[in-house]
Design a protein. Structure first.
Length: 138
């Protein structure tokens, strides 16, 4: 990638057992696994589920910041998501649906601005403008 990453930009993923891996980032730990039908123990979300959850939680974060910045409550803010997998190869997510339930005190005239803000969360921007990815075996 051509640049030195700061410690806060680095993650490490370590094999646990079966199909489970532990992700370490900034002192936090997250586990991923696979469903039983895919050889896992279904003890944690899959990496693909975390990808979609990352997008939806980024939308929630941007929505919450917008509400706070404009003096509205975050109470009742909920983001729901679902996704489809492509039927062909390569294996990938083929579609994501995100529904943002806004707090009742948000006036209708503020909805277009909120929609514009959440459409441009960092994760969504990244998916729209994918970065180069390099994978190196050592």
């Amino acid at each position: 990638m051509g640049q030195v990453l700061a410690d806060e930009d680095q993650m490490e993923i370590r094999f646990i057992s079966g199909e489970s891996y532990e992700i370490s980032v900034r002192g936090h730990r997250v586990v991923v696994d696979q469903p039983e039908q895919d050889g896992g123990d279904d003890l944690a979300p899959t990496p693909t589920e975390l990808l979609v959850a990352s997008l939806a939680s980024c939308v929630a974060f941007y929505a919450g910041r917008y509400l706070t910045r404009h003096g509205y409550s975050r109470d009742g803010l909920t983001v729901s998501t679902r996704f489809d997998m492509a039927a062909d190869r390569p294996a990938r997510v083929s579609g994501v649906e995100i529904i943002v339930k806004v707090p009742t005190d948000l006036p209708d005239e503020r909805r277009p601005a909120l929609a514009a803000v959440v459409e441009h969360c960092t994760v969504h921007n990244t998916l729209r403008n994918p970065p180069p990815v390099s994978i190196e075996l050592i």
